[in-house]
Design a protein around this ligand. Structure first.
Ligand SMILES: N[C@@H](CCC[C@H](N)C(=O)O)C(=O)O
Length: 266
């Protein structure tokens, strides 16, 4: 039997498995089966905590569709709580420094990237105001914060059909690695409302990297100044960034319960 913890960051939920003993054989198909909300345990992302040569732990991230990805902001805040102390985490997106704060964690998420081929896009394009649009949605921005994001700033978030627009944009050939789709409305001097259609997981209650990418894009466009409060359906994150620097994300992390499962059944 294998042990796991169910955790979440603002309702973006995870099955977190301790693989530091090297005894968990994870595949994309198994991750998809575990993440299934009907036939499995159910989660937006499956998180594997492993040993690392150059950090306290490593973190592998699998979306609900089984795809392995580079970054997950909300899960990164859960790692200090899972491990029981502040941690340096090796991810596919680089080394992340995560420190516990009251009720959650504060993480240095690294520096954002803006080059078209770092997003990645299929061909060269300005990523601050992209020469592309979908239906009535205005020209978005694109930011890579370890994983790829496209951000639409809109006047009325509540008027959008996320379930229709999300998959349309996520799977557009302009994004060869697919993309996380952020729909944002600036609602105050340092306040953004955000809904995220996540690559490989669909609509989630919150997306930490989406909040980082959206705050960075809004600051670059001079729509807002940091630190920024990003309000997602699951709650608020604080994101701080200045041009040339790294992104600091601060917000809640929650442990729900511990369980046991026979991984060979998935
Ligand atoms: N929920 C996450 C992001 C998870 C990965 C993302 N869906 C991707 O495919 O890049 C977060 O909190 O950042």
């Amino acid at each position: 039997m294998g042990r796991f913890s169910k955790m979440h960051g603002l309702g973006n939920d995870f099955v977190v498995i301790d693989a530091r003993a090297g005894d968990v054989a994870m595949t994309q198909a198994r991750a998809r089966a575990i993440a299934d909300r009907h036939a499995g345990i159910g989660c937006d992302q499956l998180i594997l905590i492993g040993k690392s040569d150059d950090a306290d732990v490593s973190m592998q991230i699998f979306n609900a569709d089984g795809s392995e990805v580079e970054a997950c902001g909300n899960a990164t805040r859960c790692v200090p709580l899972f491990v029981g102390r502040d941690v340096l985490i090796r991810t596919k997106a680089g080394l992340l420094d995560a420190k516990s704060v009251d009720g959650g964690a504060s993480v240095d998420m690294g520096a954002p990237r803006f080059d078209w081929d770092a997003i990645p896009l299929a061909y060269p394009m300005d990523t601050l105001t992209m020469g592309a649009s979908w239906e009535d949605l205005p020209a978005p921005a694109a930011v890579n914060v370890g994983n790829p994001h496209v951000i639409f700033f809109v006047d009325d978030l509540d008027a959008l059909d996320f379930d229709r627009l999300g998959p349309l944009i996520e799977n557009d050939p302009l994004f060869p690695a697919r993309v996380n789709v952020n729909f944002a409305q600036v609602v105050g001097d340092n306040h953004i409302r955000l809904v995220v259609w996540e690559r490989g997981a669909g609509l989630t209650r919150a997306c930490g990297t989406g909040a980082c990418a959206t705050a960075v894009a809004a600051i670059r466009r001079k729509l807002i100044a940091g630190p920024v409060t990003v309000s997602l359906p699951g709650g608020d994150l604080t994101i701080d960034w200045a041009p040339g620097g790294t992104i600091r994300m601060t917000g809640p992390a929650t442990h729900v319960f511990d369980g046991e499962a026979d991984w060979s059944r998935f």
